[in-house]
Design a protein around this ligand. Sequence first.
Ligand SMILES: NC(=O)c1ccc[n+]([C@@H]2O[C@H](COP(=O)([O-])OP(=O)(O)OC[C@H]3O[C@@H](n4cnc5c(N)ncnc54)[C@H](OP(=O)(O)O)[C@@H]3O)[C@@H](O)[C@H]2O)c1
Length: 315
Amino acid sequence: MSQDRIIAVVGATGAQGSGLVRAILGDPAGGFKVRALTRDVNSDKARELAKMGAEVVAANVDDQESLTKAFNGAYGAFCVTFFWAHFSPDKEKANAKAMAQAAKEAGVRHVIWSTLEDTRKFMPLSDNRMPTLMDHYKVPHFDAKGEANAYFTDLDLPVTILNTSFYWDNFIYAGMGPQKGPDGKLAITMPMGDKKLPGISADDIGKCAYGIFKGGDKYIGKTIGISGEQLTGAQMAEELSKALGKEVVYNDIPPEVYRSFDFPGAEDVGNMFQFKRDFEQQFTAARKPETARALNPSLKSFRTWLAENKDKIPL
Ligand SMILES: NC(=O)c1ccc[n+]([C@@H]2O[C@H](COP(=O)([O-])OP(=O)(O)OC[C@H]3O[C@@H](n4cnc5c(N)ncnc54)[C@H](OP(=O)(O)O)[C@@H]3O)[C@@H](O)[C@H]2O)c1
């Protein structure tokens, strides 16, 4: 057991990281052990991870020294940022840079950087199809991550760039679940037209990351995109209807209407959906379910995810 290689997991109490923690702990013969990073080692979630068998250590992505300390002695590091905790692309980039530098200083041998596309490579700021946000971005929470890829590659880190997908968990936790419209019908609202939205169970992101660490060298220097299934809004509404036993319709609206919604980050999310709609072919091709399934054979389809989670969807 002492030969087991340590994987340090940023965001270990969160959606992506906890999936990786569970995947490592669930495979005791896999040759890895897990170091869970948290800001508060005494939180309920942190204690739960410790009880499950994880080494739990304090670290904050705002504090590079704490990251270097937490990465020391680790074979692998899973790096993720927390855009929705602060809504700041600058902060997200600074946090990514700190993780990359900490991984370099600690001599980590395999880094996974959980990221998303820089949409400005598809749609320059001068493109008026969607508004430029915060002066420098089209989709701030995508663009900052994509821009931050360079922090990892410029340091010549042994990195796998991991492009993730929309969590179906957003139907539970992010207020994106079915809501009653003026006609009394339950509807999911997304400005995706008839285009496919690649989605995934957040937990499967961690499981795929585990597959990448197990694959080792084969994935170092590679960019890998994952999704669980790629469905249109109408297809998701149909699956939701079946799972919930209640009719759910798909409410397709123009992106500009979505952007005008009254929740923090609505413009960013509206641009995100429009990007996924307008660049459907490139976006879906870059994150095929087959790729994810090869890393994680238990990858869930939307239907399987719904069967397990439908009761958690607030109606
Ligand atoms: N929602 C989606 O559909 C989706 C899809 C693809 C990508 N993403 C991206 O996923 C990222 C978030 O990942 P997630 O969903 O796994 O996060 P999450 O579930 O929100 O969890 C984040 C965890 O990270 C920790 N954390 C927060 N701030 C921290 C800090 N300053 N230093 C260290 N740890 C900190 C917290 O743990 P402690 O309290 O224990 O410290 C928290 O439990 C976002 O950047 C988002 O853009 C989201």
